[in-house]
Design a binder for this molecule. Structure first.
Ligand code: PLP
Length: 356
């Protein structure tokens, strides 16, 4: 099989050993004689999978007891609605820091439910303090890593006690975070957690149970709490793979191990771009993402040629988001160091061919 390195922003690369295990177990999960996809979600083996996934996530992220871990569906995008439905409370006001396209989408949905104050912060992300937020806000929402723009928070906002809600879809488990400084963390799985179809929410218990009576059952967090994330049929296969991914993270040094590797990978690519006279990255150094690295040349034609040649060499999905253009390399946890080394070598070779 041709060797391919997958730089997609999502659904994204999964660890090879995880895929191999899935393949090995696919027709006969743990001696049951059935595929994991065929098992009832009420069966013992599946109970073990979902509980094992929660235990591992708690261990890896050091999630305190006063938080619930929920497995939801509808992607991170459904959280754009569920969060205001459950958390807005009587004031009906929340603050949203807008650092990119996904924050804007979150604002759009929340604006249908309550009054949203926007704090716009394109480019560099400053260290926010409580003076930046409205005292009446029920929560402050941030996108902690901006998948499209390639920026991330290095200092999380100090909100003066207002619950901080973070969309961590594109960098959960990529570097250690202090869960206790957040009210709610959510992430679609399909980047660092597993396949698409499951969404993880880590919710402080005191924020649960505040949705109005009229809120549909499936959109209330307490429904998932009361039913162990199994009020209805959960995405069983996705949760099974997620558990295997968490095992892989644990075996590879946990979140600290992921961070060390991520810093090395991102450092290699940023150095290559910064030293190049052909490629550039527009992001201020202090806010650079470790996960999503956009870069470009100053010619659409050269970008196109680069992408064509890259694809032929086995570098997949390097095209930048349609709203930004150019290129983007997503270096999630499962991207091996050798993939980034190979990309950097190819970029240098391409630049030399261009007369750089
Ligand atoms: N938030 C961020 C930061 C994302 O990167 C994405 C998808 O790329 C989403 C939300 C949307 O996620 P989903 O497709 O799971 O709804």
């Amino acid at each position: 099989m041709k060797q391919v390195f997958n730089f997609s922003a999502g659904p994204a690369v999964l660890p090879r050993p995880v895929l191999e295990k899935v393949q090995k177990e696919l027709l006969n999960y743990s001696g049951t004689g059935m595929s994991v996809m065929e098992l009832s979600h009420r069966s013992g083996p599946f109970e073990e999978i979902i509980q094992g996934a929660e235990t591992l996530l708690r261990e890896l992220m050091d999630i305190p007891e006063e938080y619930e871990v929920l497995f939801l569906q509808g992607g991170a995008s459904l959280q754009f609605s569920m969060i205001p439905m459950n958390l807005l409370g009587e004031h009906g006001v929340a603050d949203y820091v807008v650092t990119g396209s996904w924050s804007k989408k979150a604002v759009k949905e929340a604006g249908k439910i309550g009054t949203i104050h926007q704090i716009k912060s394109p480019g560099d992300i400053p260290a926010y303090t409580k003076e930046d937020f409205s005292p009446e806000a029920s929560y402050v929402h941030i996108t902690s890593n901006n998948t499209i723009e390639g920026t991330r928070y290095t200092t999380y906002p100090e909100t003066g006690g207002i619950p901080l809600v973070a969309d961590m879809s594109s960098h959960i488990l990529s570097e250690p975070i202090d869960v206790s400084s957040f009210g709610l963390i959510y992430a679609g799985a399909q980047k660092n957690l597993g396949p698409s179809g499951v969404t993880v929410a880590i919710v402080r218990k005191d924020l649960i149970g505040k949705a109005p009576e009229t809120c549909p059952t499936m959109l209330k967090y307490e429904t998932y709490v009361e039913n162990g994330s199994m009020f209805n049929t959960p995405p069983t296969f996705a949760i099974y793979v997620l558990k295997l991914v968490l095992e892989w993270v644990k075996e590879n040094g946990g979140v600290a191990g992921m961070e060390a590797l991520n810093r090395e990978k991102a450092g290699l690519l940023y150095s290559c771009i910064d030293e190049s006279s052909l490629f550039s990255n527009p992001v201020p150094e202090a806010s650079r993402s470790l996960m999503n690295i956009p870069f470009t040349t100053d010619s659409d034609e050269v970008n196109k040629l680069f992408l064509e040649q890259a694809k032929r060499r086995g570098f997949e999905f390097l095209k930048g988001h349609r709203s930004v253009g150019g290129m983007r390399a997503s270096l999630y946890n499962a991207m091996p160091l050798e993939g980034v080394r190979a990309l950097v070598d190819f970029m240098k070779e391409f630049e030399a061919d261009q007369g750089g």
